[in-house]
Write a protein that binds this ligand. Structure first.
Ligand code: ADQ
Length: 732
């Protein structure tokens, strides 16, 4: 098994310095636990920031930290306090965090922060480079390191890179607000596998990639610079056993008893979060306030425990939030409380596991109402802790966890009335119903634990590698290229059947202007000047266009995918067989209707073919329209001798029986060729590849499986091969 390098902003070990002494504390977050199970099985190294600024430590401290954490398979990336302020507090927490959680008004766009973000990602890249070797797997975590995948890929191609985003990926309309959206996407697309918590985030990401980077996906796979990049959902789980077993732990029982003694018989509503504006803590408390006003019978009978972990304490928005929260708690207690009953118990601190587990155990209701949350582990931890099945979970539909915890009482966190109703419903829910709902959720989250999440992600990364390898099997290697060149050199009767668009020339936004450029003209002249070569351009273009572009060359032409033929020594075009075109009058209006309804699409008319082009249209709309049009045309053409074919951003209606393969047969039978090369880029060329004799060379230009023997990935690569051949023929 290859080595695994895990890269995250923070290491699973945090360093502190008091006076002159350094102390090392393990981080107990879910990620550290989940991934520690992997490090037991595999050779695993963790790269990240140890949690202390370089300005606070000496050179000796740095060395001590590096040595000490090396024993735990960790490597430090040291950050200065200015980096921490501009990169972490700045770009990460004032730009990406609010924007990706749909708080554009909290988002600031500061060039200085962006520069620091790039620079820190570079520092992480350096640290990875010191460790990484070809063949390693590198798993990068979260929004602090979104540029890293591409940075590594540029320096070390032969590694597998996985990226997981722990926060939501916003919809395109939000993401496009980011001035550095292109750079962020390029950074992420350096990965082989990009994981999100939910399928909604996957969709949002794919739509941004399509609209901003112009890369379309097929079944959630993207093709980026010759690589398949897989995008998928992996909902993170928890260390289930740790929470479900907590029920019987003596230390947890002790805390439960203490809390029970203090709260008495009152029902307990629990609210636990990092103190963050995305978690909806204020809205939750306002709803509780209204709940008490509207349901006075609950006064003195219910206590809400609000546990908030200090978070990003240096950022103003977080300081303001704390003030606001504390003011609100004071007001609710002052307004509703009485001697002996405080409606809200507020704790602002991190607590040990046994205390947290005790709170989960004792709480009758967990009120988890984030305005946005990538996943939300509190909801899962609460449900896991309920070994006897009692307790109600109220969960915001805006948390990723809502897609797995459908048996919770699901609310809209902006709708206070729905939270108030949910609190009442939760407090009054009959026990059998609580148990039934919790059991269903428990069986789900006990299976998909954090360990399973991590191993699933890595298995998927291995699958992507296999798929990449399978595709590269067809890639024309330098060895095959040499064979091809030798076969060409040693032959005297050569047939070259060449598709045009996408093979000899790249796709353009203005196909009507895509005639051969100067270099292509030179290439074709060189090939045709050798009388041993027969060059056939075999295209879907109409005959007039081909005539206009190629009449000056000694080249044979096949137009309209094989409907029209013009051998090089002939002056006239001929039909391959008598064809009918009367069907066009019925079909044309349908295509025109779709062109009108789909901006920037148009209809092209050839003699025996109608084509609807949608390359320049909005891809999401055009994809839907093309499905609709296809279905409509299928009905209309059912009893005619014509077919509907899908190409690269086109839908084509043409006579059945006309194919590039059939037309090429005529040339194959013309002579005893001792070298045959066919090249093309889409499905119409497969019809050509499949009729070739076994010794022929066939090349698909682009990615994906085809009937060709080999793939080259770009037009330039294919032209380079042809250029190489012309040099060989000059030697003859
Ligand atoms: P967070 O925003 O930090 O994580 P969350 O998923 O709720 O949010 O995780 C919080 C963790 O902190 C939980 O494991 C919880 O037990 C712990 N915790 C909370 N309050 C605590 C307290 N007072 N004392 C001790 N521990 C406390 C980000 C994303 C989430 C995503 C996670 C994991 O924002 O949406 O679920 O990553 O991918």
């Amino acid at each position: 098994m290859s080595r695994l390098l895990i890269v995250s902003n923070r290491l699973p070990i945090t360093v502190n310095k008091q006076g002159k002494t350094l102390s090392f504390k393990p981080s107990v977050g879910g990620l550290a636990t989940g991934l520690s199970s992997l490090s037991e099985k595999e050779q695993c190294q963790w790269i990240g920031w140890p949690g202390i600024a370089t300005d606070e430590i000496t050179q000796d401290d740095k060395e001590q930290i590096t040595d000490e954490i090396k024993g735990h398979n960790c490597r430090p990336v040291f950050l200065s306090s200015s980096n921490i302020s501009n990169y972490y507090h700045g770009f990460c927490n004032k730009t990406i965090w609010p924007l990706f959680h749909y708080f554009p008004l909290y988002t600031i766009y500061e060039e200085r922060h962006w520069q620091a973000y790039k620079q820190v990602n570079e520092s992480f890249c350096e640290a990875v480079m010191e460790l990484a070797q070809p063949g390693d797997r590198i798993w990068i975590h979260d929004y602090q390191l979104m540029l890293l995948c591409d940075m590594i890929r540029r320096r070390l191609y032969d590694v597998q890179i996985g990226f997981f985003l722990h926060i939501p990926f916003p919809s395109y309309e939000i993401f496009r607000l980011l001035p550095w959206r292109n750079e962020i996407l390029t950074g992420l697309l350096g990965a082989d596998l990009i994981g999100f918590h939910t399928y909604d985030y996957v969709r949002h990401f794919l739509s941004s990639v399509g609209r901003i980077a112009g890369i379309e996906h097929a079944m959630d796979n993207l093709t980026v610079h010759n690589r398949i990049v897989k995008v998928d959902a992996f909902p993170i789980g928890i260390d289930y056993k740790r929470y479900s077993d907590s029920f019987s732990r003596a230390d947890v029982k002790k805390h439960v008893a203490t809390i029970r003694e203090r709260v008495g018989k009152r029902k307990i509503i629990l609210s636990v979060d990092r103190l963050d504006y995305t978690k909806g803590i204020i809205q939750r408390l306002e709803a509780f306030d209204l709940f008490l006003s509207q349901n006075p019978e609950y006064k003195e009978n219910v206590t809400m425990i609000v546990l908030a972990v200090p978070s990003r304490t240096g950022v103003e928005d977080y300081m303001d939030l704390r003030k606001q929260l504390e003011g609100l708690v004071g007001r609710i207690n002052g307004e509703h409380g009485s001697i002996g009953w405080m409606p809200v118990w507020y704790l602002y601190r991190m607590v040990q596991f046994e205390r947290l587990a005790a709170l989960y155990n004792i709480a009758d209701v967990a009120l988890v109402t984030p305005l946005r949350d990538g996943m939300n582990l509190i909801a899962k931890e609460y449900v896991a802790t309920k070994k006897d099945g009692r307790g109600s979970l109220i969960l915001s539909e805006m948390a990723g966890a809502a897609s797995e915890l459908g048996e919770a009482i699901i609310i809209n966190a902006n709708d206070k009335a729905s939270i108030i109703r949910a609190i009442k419903e939760a407090l009054e829910m009959p026990e059998p119903e609580q148990i039934e709902r919790n059991r269903a959720m428990q069986s789900r989250i006990s299976r998909y634990t954090v360990k399973r999440w991590a191993s699933d992600f890595l298995e998927c990364l291995a699958d992507v590698k296999r798929a990449q390898d399978e595709l590269s099997v067809q890639k024309l290697t330098s060895k095959n290229r040499k064979h091809l060149a030798e076969a060409f050199k040693n032959s005297t009767k050569r047939l070259l059947l060449l598709d045009y668009d996408g093979t000899l020339i790249g796709f353009s936004d203005r196909p009507e202007k895509a005639g051969p450029d100067r270099k292509l003209c030179q290439l074709l002249s060189s090939l045709t000047k050798n009388s041993n070569n027969e060059i056939v351009i075999i295209s879907g273009r109409d005959k007039d266009t081909l005539e206009r572009w190629f009449s000056g060359f000694d080249i044979s032409l096949i137009a309209e995918h094989g409907a029209w033929l013009k051998p090089r020594n002939s002056r006239k075009w001929a039909l391959i067989e008598p064809l009918r075109d009367d069907w066009k009058d019925n079909i044309r209006p349908v295509l025109e209707l779709y062109a009108d309804r789909t901006p920037r699409s148009f209809v092209e008319e050839k003699d025996y073919c109608l084509v609807w082009h949608y390359r320049r249209s909005d891809s999401a709309l055009a994809n839907i329209r093309s499905q609709e049009l296809r279905a409509a045309l299928m009905d209309l053409t059912a009893n005619l001798n014509i077919g509907v074919f899908e190409g690269h951003k086109i839908l084509e209606v043409k006579n059945i029986g006309v194919s590039k393969g059939r037309a090429a047969q005529i040339w194959l039978q013309k002579d005893k060729w001792d070298f045959i090369l066919a090249a093309g880029d889409d499905y119409t060329d497969d019809e050509l590849f499949e009729i070739l004799p076994p010794e022929a060379y066939s090349i698909k230009v682009g990615h994906g499986i085809s009937k060709a023997k080999f793939n080259v990935y770009t037009v330039d690569e294919f032209r380079a091969i042809l250029n190489e051949l012309t040099e060989l023929q000059d030697d003859i």
